[in-house]
Design a protein around this ligand. Structure first.
Ligand code: PLP
Length: 392
């Protein structure tokens, strides 16, 4: 929200009176708060995509962030830490505009429907969050028809997309337009596999030639970038809009950012409001995400290099087998045999602060920046101890 708009809002709503009526004792207490003890969490979690904070830890982290550089409030998603975060993402994506969104679902739905305009058809991966996990919002709220492509697969090729579009273009008597093509990258329902850049390039060039808009659900795009080395700017250059989650690996309690051109993003403030998504204060999410973003790409790369070495050594232990998923990002398959998995988990968690959620058969572990919290030799020792203690 612009400064002018903010001043008008304060005047119209009477909120400008608030500081004057705050009791002096409350104001004093607010400035004399003692920082919480800095909680140093050494947990290595193989079950998440990033750092997840417990409430006390979250508060402690925010205090630490605030102490090094005071966090500025936003006002209904404008100004302060939120503006800084949006600028940062505009810079990282190379897009001229960006906006804070309360959820990724809203970012996806508003992006695909605004890009589509009057056109009703939107092509998506059958495995995508937009198609499978957004409560049919496109159909029930936005009057759009989602058309799934490449059932069960991580991504569709340009040929598959062309075939699906052709089928609808040629086979329907009463035509309705084709608006947007959406690509999730990497794909949550497909073990974090990412879409090959070459395919994205081909799809993007063809969509631009044919006037179809492209949206990327990049909720976890940093996890793919850390593996394939593609920059966010490069990814974003092939799309009209890009959404990134603030809580999958950026530490925030929720939220998302949507980036795109000025016109598309210009529609969003009003649309967020009328769909009930305009939240008063978002600075805590923004400050946390901004803080985590700093150096994130480097830390994720370090974690991947560390994981390579660690998994090589763990694979030498009898009863443990870890294998990479072809085309995958941070998720690995693992099988532990001859072991009571409940005891295995307990030893790792209680003695070593390592979280695995091991179970019988093949299960999955995730590499994230918490891997940097303990040395490989300590983690290897912990696994050896857990395997021995939990031997069936
Ligand atoms: C790939 C993907 N896109 C979008 C979303 C939606 O994010 P939110 O929970 O912020 O609505 C998720 C959440 O799990 C997701 O995994």
């Amino acid at each position: 929200m612009s400064f002018l708009k903010r001043r008008n809002f304060l005047k119209l709503s009477g909120l400008s009176m608030l500081p004057a009526v705050l009791p002096l004792s409350a104001a004093k207490a607010a400035t004399s708060l003692k920082p919480l003890a800095n909680i140093k969490n050494q947990t290595v979690s193989f079950t998440d995509d990033g750092v997840f904070y417990e409430p006390a830890e979250y508060l402690s982290k925010l205090q630490e962030i605030n102490a090094s550089s005071p966090i500025e409030m936003d006002f209904y998603g404008g100004g302060g830490a939120v503006a800084k975060l949006c600028e940062k993402f505009a810079d990282l994506t190379g897009k001229p505009a960006s906006i804070y969104m309360p959820t990724g679902t809203m970012a996806n739905q508003l992006a695909i429907s605004v890009l589509a305009g009057e056109n009703t058809k939107i092509f998506v991966q059958e495995t995508s969050h937009i198609y499978r996990d957004e409560g049919d919002a496109a159909q029930s709220v936005f009057n759009k028809r989602l058309i799934p492509v490449a059932t069960g697969e991580a991504y569709f090729t340009l040929d598959q997309l062309k075939e699906a579009i052709d089928y609808h273009n040629k086979g329907e008597v009463f035509k309705s337009g084709i608006g947007t093509v959406a690509i999730e990258n990497p794909v949550r329902r497909c073990d974090g596999k990412y879409v090959p850049l070459e395919e994205i390039k081909k799809i993007s060039a063809w969509c631009r030639e044919n006037g179809y808009k492209l949206h990327m659900d990049g909720a976890r795009v940093f996890l793919a970038m850390a593996v394939n080395g593609v920059s966010l700017k490069e990814y974003a250059s092939y799309f009209d809009t890009v959404y990134i989650s603030l809580y999958k690996y950026l530490g925030a309690a929720g939220g998302a950012v949507l980036c795109g051109d000025k016109e598309t993003i210009g529609h969003m403030e009003h649309l967020i409001k009328i769909h009930g998504g305009t939240t008063f204060s978002n600075w805590s999410n923004a400050a946390m995400a901004l803080h985590t973003l700093d150096g994130l790409e480097e830390r994720l790369k370090q974690a991947n290099t560390k994981a390579d070495e660690l998994f090589k050594n763990l694979n030498k232990m009898p009863g443990i087998k870890i294998s990479a998923i072809p085309g995958g990002s941070n998720i690995f398959n693992i099988e532990i045999t001859g072991t009571h998995t409940k005891i295995f988990n307990k030893v790792l968690q209680d003695k070593y602060q390592i979280v695995t959620h091991a179970r019988n058969g093949v299960f999955q572990i995730r590499v994230n920046e918490t891997l940097l919290r303990q040395s490989n030799s300590v983690i290897e020792k912990a696994f050896a101890d857990a395997l021995k203690t939990a031997k069936a």
